[in-house]
Design a protein around this ligand. Structure first.
Ligand code: NAP
Length: 325
């Protein structure tokens, strides 16, 4: 029937780029959670009913058994608008025959740019220097004032040389780094191509001047960076995290930064998010913070939304999703 929508989709946030919404609307009736800046989990749950074919999950809340129970047997697909899926109960969904997709690849460059940006900011103490200007404490006449760390000639260790880790490595190599090492489950051909050396995690901790965390949050990586790890790192080392806050034991990080166990840190992700403005992390001069900006560019967010929409439509058409989990 002309004009009849084939499917019904729940969209869990109102701020989906319009190009993606238009594409979805061509074939689907949409129910969109309207709350800004962010629908609560309860607000999302209150919208779920048993007549949805798919859910576009743009939320840090958990997509779990409770969500799936509320949606019932009609639900065919959940597409998360993110590459990390630590908040999505993929196994539970699949057990019920529900397809799950994410958005890898399209955000690698944007996240890598943030990683490089944060790494340079902390190494060259740019936010700290800006604060000195604002506080009237510009002491540039002193030759030993606000000295940073060189990226050139350094050893960079990447924890998780996946799509984003590789994009970061590619961008750091032209800075003239001395050595690229990485850890993970196995040596990778992509690592060989980049001239990277696969090492065990302990070795990476010991050798690196800069460590960039780009692995997923899993039971194995939760608090991978704990007091023991910080004790193994060089006192001159800088830690950059663009993965997930809980890969780092934040209490241990704060203590390591306060006591000079490590030199500095830069975090795009932390716990909790949003971080309270008076949190101890915000008091540290040697810690640069960004409010989870990794994929936050206009082009990237649109590409992520389009990929999520393509995942939904492919799953509902019974064809292969472009980015299945
Ligand atoms: P990916 O392509 O799947 O790469 C992840 C890599 O981590 C894989 O190569 C994996 O390889 C490795 N890994 C898994 N467990 C590890 C461990 N215990 N130690 C070291 N490496 C491990 O994923 P991606 O697209 O690069 O994304 C990585 C993560 O970045 C996501 O999961 C997400 O949490 C985060 N992220 C953050 C932002 C942001 O806005 N800040 C944006 C996007 C993504 P092996 O299993 O072979 O080791």
């Amino acid at each position: 029937m002309a004009g009849m929508k084939q499917f019904k989709i729940l969209v869990t946030h109102p701020e989906i780029p319009s190009v993606a919404i238009r594409k979805l609307e061509e074939r689907c009736e949409l129910v969109i959670c309207p709350e800004v800046p962010y629908p609560s989990r309860e607000q999302i749950l209150s919208k779920i009913s048993t007549d949805f074919d798919g859910i576009l999950w743009l939320s840090k809340h958990r997509m779990d058994k409770e969500v799936l129970d509320l949606a019932g047997p009609k639900l065919k697909v959940v597409a998360t608008v993110a590459v990390g899926y630590d908040n999505i109960e993929v196994v539970e969904a699949k057990k019920r025959g529900i397809k799950v997709g994410n958005t890898p690849g399209v955000l690698d460059a944007a996240v890598a740019e943030i990683a490089v940006c944060l790494l340079l900011e902390v190494a060259r103490r740019v936010p700290e220097g800006r604060n000195c200007i604002l506080e009237g404490k510009w002491e540039a006449v002193r030759p030993q004032w606000l000295l940073g760390k060189d990226l050139q000639g350094s050893t960079v260790g990447i924890v998780g040389l996946g799509n984003i880790g590789q994009a970061i490595a590619k961008r750091l190599l032209p800075f003239g780094i001395e050595k690229l090492i990485y850890s993970g489950h196995k040596r990778k051909p992509e690592g060989d191509k980049l001239g990277g050396i696969f090492v065990i995690f302990d070795e990476l901790l010991k050798q690196s001047d800069f460590i960039v965390v780009a692995c997923p949050l899993t039971e194995e990586t939760r608090h991978l960076f704990n007091a023991k790890a910080f004790a193994e790192m060089k006192p001159s080392a800088i830690l950059v995290n663009i993965a997930r806050g809980d890969v780092i034991d934040q209490e241990a990080l704060i203590s390591a930064l306060q006591t000079g166990k490590i030199w500095g840190a830069a975090l795009d992700v932390m716990t909790p998010e949003p971080l309270p403005s008076d949190h101890p992390l915000t008091k540290l001069k040697n810690c640069v913070l960004a409010p989870h900006l990794g994929s936050a560019t206009e082009k990237t967010r649109a590409a992520m939304a389009m990929l999520a929409v393509d995942n939904i439509l492919a799953a509902l058409d019974g064809s292969e999703m472009p980015a299945p989990l």
